[in-house]
Design a protein around this ligand. Structure first.
Ligand code: HXC
Length: 261
């Protein structure tokens, strides 16, 4: 496990990993270096048997204010086309991870920051959170899923409006629109996210992974294929020891002791 990073902080408690974006001088702008480190940390925690759920957070002021504009400023079309930016591992790490990832968002989650939060499996927001895709105001557009994931999360009209005007949405609006699972007071954000992560990590890991895969499939495929995958995964749970343990424990009125957590 790599322990020293420059742009993120990592820690783990029990079965929950916490990754904190840590470039306060740039409101956690997502530089190439930060995204490389994030990709490495996510992959390592995802492969760590002692971890059942990950939380990604930022600071009180910003989850992340977007891709690093100072890095992007110097680049031309062929620079970004040649390296297929932002296809680098960090940008797809949350999507590729098999274990659930919670984005705990306070302050600004803008541009690539909003896209990173949406690439996670669920978003818990502080009442100070502000989401937006303001790329239009600096002469570009969302490039890491903003037009696609935001449209699926909040519907066409609101996604269009946010992407076309650059308007920011506060936490209450984001909750009404279905972008975030819930809003909590800022002072309680991390504890709430870690508690939710601990609950997730207390369940059967193989079945947790199947559920993550099935729900994500809802955003990638049609209803018929999604229902088919869900049914097959549901049937597969019957092949696991944790299924037998979970049902036996319920019938015996005791707490389950899952083998694979
Ligand atoms: C680089 C950034 C940055 C960013 C803020 N900073 N956002 N640096 N990239 N995205 C830096 C500022 O330059 C400044 O550095 C310091 O962080 C504090 O920011 P301020 O602007 O002084 O803070 P404030 O007045 O509170 O305004 C906060 C803000 C504003 C509203 C969030 O910083 C802002 O509009 N940021 C850009 C948001 C944005 O357009 N994001 C989309 C980026 S494009 P100094 O050195 O001056 O103190 C994108 C494309 C994704 O994400 C495509 C796929 C990856």
């Amino acid at each position: 496990m790599r322990m020293s990073y420059r742009c993120i902080l990592i820690e783990s408690r029990e079965r929950v990993a916490l990754i904190t974006l840590n470039r306060p001088e740039a409101l956690n702008a997502l530089s190439d270096e930060l995204m490389d480190e994030l990709g490495t940390a996510i992959a390592e925690f995802d492969g760590d048997d002692g971890i059942g759920c990950l939380v990604i957070t930022g600071s009180d002021k910003a989850f992340a204010a977007g891709a690093d504009i100072k890095e992007l400023q110097a680049q031309n079309f062929f620079d970004v086309f040649r390296r297929d930016f932002p296809s680098a591992a960090g940008w797809s790490a949350a999507r590729r991870a098999r274990k659930p990832i919670i984005a705990a968002v306070a302050g600004y989650a803008l541009g690539g920051g909003c896209e990173l939060a949406m690439a996670c499996d669920l978003i818990i927001a502080a009442d100070t959170a502000r989401f937006g895709q303001p790329e239009i105001t600096i002469g570009t557009m969302p490039g890491a899923g903003g037009t696609q994931r935001l449209a699926r999360a909040v519907g066409k009209s609101k996604a269009m409006e946010l992407c076309l005007t650059g308007r920011l949405m506060d936490a209450a609006e984001a909750e009404r629109a279905g972008l975030v699972s819930r809003v909590v007071p800022a002072a309680e954000l991390l504890a709430e996210a870690q508690q939710t992560a601990a609950t997730i990590a207390s369940h059967s890991l193989p079945i947790t992974m199947m559920i993550k895969e099935a729900v994500n499939e809802a955003f990638e495929t049609g209803l018929r294929e999604g229902l088919q995958l869900e049914r097959r995964l549901f049937q597969s749970t019957f092949a696991t020891e944790d299924h037998k343990e979970g049902m036996a424990a319920f019938v015996a009125k005791r707490a389950p002791k899952f083998k694979h957590r």
